[in-house]
Design a protein around this ligand. Structure first.
Ligand SMILES: CC(C)(COP(=O)(O)OP(=O)(O)OC[C@H]1O[C@@H](n2cnc3c(N)ncnc32)[C@H](O)[C@@H]1OP(=O)(O)O)[C@@H](O)C(=O)NCCC(=O)NCCS
Length: 210
């Protein structure tokens, strides 16, 4: 049975190729932005208002191919409410400990590593080449960016972003909705909603466009 994909941006291409690497076919894509072009040859079937009709046609599995954490969480709930299941998306080149715990809709991309007894909650995204060491917890719809490293027993709160190449010292906690900037070295915990960056990481100035 083919998988329906929500989102027709850059992350959708990565998700589609992950599905193909697992021998899965793609039914098509949904995107609420008007005028989206087909992605890797797959058609746009409509917006999210088409979810119920596509479920009624017999599609059951859905991938939320959206990089933005809040949107991924919201659309995952919407898809489940329409009766879809969100299978874990695991690239065949990822190294996943047999004792790692993975919830529905997780996305573990190419060459990512999940250590023993790590836990990745629903709709969280562990991007290309990221390392989530033993006993780490990645909460719902968080995003561990490409090449980021979570040393042992680090915790990342729901919808937080650990940007590409950042490193978390063992045992530190990053709060709900927080952002850790590209290349940061996080040696102290990061409060909910905060933005920290640098080496060692400190609170960043407010966003210039805020
Ligand atoms: C943290 C981040 C979101 C900041 O973006 P921004 O809001 O556009 O930030 P600004 O450019 O307005 O910079 C705000 C301040 O933070 C500083 N800053 C920005 N990025 C920084 C970084 N990676 N390390 C250290 N300082 C940084 C800026 O120098 C600026 O400081 P100043 O006012 O003293 O000059 C961005 O750098 C980032 O890391 N994005 C994540 C990208 C990513 O990995 N996405 C997932 C890929 S799939």
């Amino acid at each position: 049975m083919p998988v329906l994909v929500i989102g027709a941006g850059g992350h959708a291409r990565v998700v589609i190729e992950l599905l193909q690497a697992n021998g899965r076919s793609v039914a098509g894509l949904l995107d609420d932005a008007p005028g989206r072009a087909p992605v890797l040859g797959y058609p746009i079937l409509g917006g999210t208002d088409a979810l119920a009709a596509l479920r009624a046609e017999g599609l059951t599995e859905l991938a939320v191919a959206i990089g933005d954490n809040a949107a991924r969480a919201r659309l995952g709930l919407m898809a489940e409410a329409a009766g879809f299941v969100l299978p874990p998306l695991l690239h065949p080149s990822a190294l996943i400990s047999p004792s790692a715990i993975l919830e529905e809709g997780v996305q573990i991309m190419a060459r990512a590593v999940l250590g023993p007894e790590s836990r990745v909650a629903r709709l969280a995204l562990v991007n290309t080449g990221a390392i989530v060491e033993h006993d780490c917890v990645v909460e719902e719809a968080a995003h561990i960016g490409p090449g980021a490293v979570l040393c042992g027993a680090a915790r990342v709160g729901a919808r937080a972003l650990i940007a590409a190449g950042a490193v978390l010292q063992p045992g530190v906690a990053v709060g709900v909705g927080a952002v850790v900037a590209l290349g940061a070295a996080v040696v102290d915990s990061v409060p909910d909603g905060a933005r920290h960056g640098g080496v060692p990481a400190r609170a960043l100035a407010q966003r210039s466009r805020d």
